[in-house]
Design a protein around this ligand. Structure first.
Ligand code: SF4
Length: 101
């Protein structure tokens, strides 16, 4: 009887251990985030503080080639950790720009 209950408990813990990492991975998929995140409001306090613009004045330095950019290659917009809950333009730029590489 005790072994049976122990096995049942171990099974429950095992299922929980698998479920947490799976939901964490699904929640961070870039394509899913891009589909649901609205564009950064350039008038927001965070955007103003970082001087964010949707179109970089220098095409050689933009979000698409910033280390922090998390958008897929070729997409117009993507997530950036400095603007949680929003997407930035691949052609955009802000003062926190960090060149790749
Ligand atoms: S840190 Fe700035 S330049 Fe880099 S991806 Fe984010 S918004 Fe664009």
């Amino acid at each position: 009887m005790i072994d049976k209950n122990r096995r049942k408990m171990m099974g429950m813990f095992g299922a929980g251990a698998v479920a947490v990492p799976l939901t964490a991975v699904v929640g961070t998929l870039p394509s899913r985030a891009q589909d649901t995140l609205p564009a950064v409001d350039p008038e927001s306090a965070q955007a103003s503080a970082l001087q964010y613009v949707a179109e970089s004045p220098d095409p050689a330095t933009n979000c698409a080639n910033c280390t922090l950019y998390q958008g897929a290659e070729g997409e117009e917009m993507g997530p950036c950790p400095l603007f949680p809950g929003s997407s930035v333009h691949a052609a955009g730029w802000c003062s926190a720009y960090v060149p790749m590489g």
